[in-house]
Design a protein around this ligand. Structure first.
Ligand code: SF4
Length: 349
């Protein structure tokens, strides 16, 4: 499993606190230097990469991978000679989706596109400082279909106060029939423009009841449309659950390349620093770290975790309250409690 982080964005979204650089800053040389660094890292970690290929996936995320010049993207993919991949995902901004870009991505082996649509409400997209509008997202989606992409995921954001367009956005997403939908609640991240707006009193977080109602509506509409709710924030048509991300949640080892990328080998977590001239740091996980991580990741999925991992007084109480369901040797959070999964997990660990 390989993750490649592309730390470039053409503009910064209101809510985003991720590390990312404006490509113009490096005047194109930033892309080339980035390509050199990543290819070098891929070569020096070849053995490590080979040891993680029991799940043969490549995920190029960011940032905005779709802003990479074709020559740089091609060079990096060629420096990773492990394909064809069972799943090769590329995250794309709808504005970067053109017939020629799609044809390049296809020729490189990309077989899954993840599009950051976020909303189909133009006023909300402007508030988020997204580059595209709703028409642009629809155009990008149909271009991708025309180019033969049969596995497309759409990202949406809910829980934004003052924009009553959530139901319409979900319905429009469903009408496109993407194979996968991820929906995240807006959160105030350190370092984001949104956190400055909150500090200046120009935005207040949406009330819990509104977020809950929007999440419930999402679950209902996607359930009616045949999507499987297989992780708190993720829905897929049967057979289209994300292979790469599902393996993260099972704590399968992976290698992360590029600035700010994380790697994991089962016992040790390593992360590259957030800079174009990155180095790496790591930590060895204790048995308790591993237990907590297994519970936190597993209980966010519909599969749940082994009962033995969480057995105890808190687990018995949560089972009696219906906040957990036991099925043989497994315990999971039922869908109607997914919204409060963080609280349930906190009680267990
Ligand atoms: S949300 Fe994505 S596109 Fe927007 S600034 Fe963050 S990384 Fe870039």
């Amino acid at each position: 499993m390989i993750y490649l982080h592309v730390p470039f964005c053409r503009s910064f979204c209101t809510y985003c606190g991720f590390y990312s650089e404006l490509p113009d800053k490096g005047c194109g040389q930033g892309f080339e230097a980035y390509g050199d660094a990543v290819c070098q890292e891929a070569a020096s970690r070849r053995d490590k990469i080979a040891s993680t290929l029991s799940v043969n996936t490549l995920y190029i995320g960011g940032g905005t991978p779709s802003v990479l010049p074709p020559s740089v993207l091609s060079r990096i993919v060629e420096a990773l000679p492990y394909g064809p991949y069972e799943e090769f995902t590329l995250e794309a901004n709808p504005d970067d989706v053109t017939a020629s870009a799609l044809s390049l991505w296809k020729s490189l082996g990309v077989n899954r596109l993840s599009m950051g649509v976020q909303s189909f409400d133009d006023s909300l997209l402007r508030w988020m400082n997204r580059r595209h509008d709703a028409a642009g997202a629809l155009r990008a989606f149909s271009l991708a279909r025309e180019a033969g992409f049969g596995n497309i995921s759409i990202d949406l954001i809910f829980g934004v106060d003052g924009f009553p367009s959530w139901e319409e956005s979900v319905r429009r997403a469903v009408s496109l029939r993407p194979e996968h939908i991820s929906a995240y609640q807006l959160s105030v991240e350190d370092g984001s423009a949104l956190s400055d707006m909150v500090a200046a009193g120009r935005y207040s977080e949406a009330p819990e009841e509104l977020c809950r109602a929007q999440y419930d509506m999402l679950c209902r509409l996607l359930g009616e449309a045949g999507y499987v709710h297989y992780e708190v924030s993720n829905f897929a048509l049967p057979g289209y659950e994300a292979v790469h991300n599902s393996a993260y949640w099972r704590r399968v080892p992976y290698v992360g390349l590029g600035p700010a990328a994380h790697s994991f080998d089962g016992k040790r977590r390593r992360w590259n620093t957030a800079s174009l001239t990155y180095t790496s740091e790591d930590e060895v996980l204790t048995p308790e770290d591993i237990r907590v991580e297994t519970i936190m990741l597993g209980l966010r999925t519909a599969r749940g975790v082994d009962y033995g991992l969480v057995a105890g007084e808190a687990c018995d109480r949560l089972l009696a309250e219906g906040a957990l369901v036991r099925c043989g040797g497994t315990v999971r959070i039922p869908e109607d409690r997914f919204f409060v999964s963080d609280d349930i997990i906190r009680q267990l660990i």
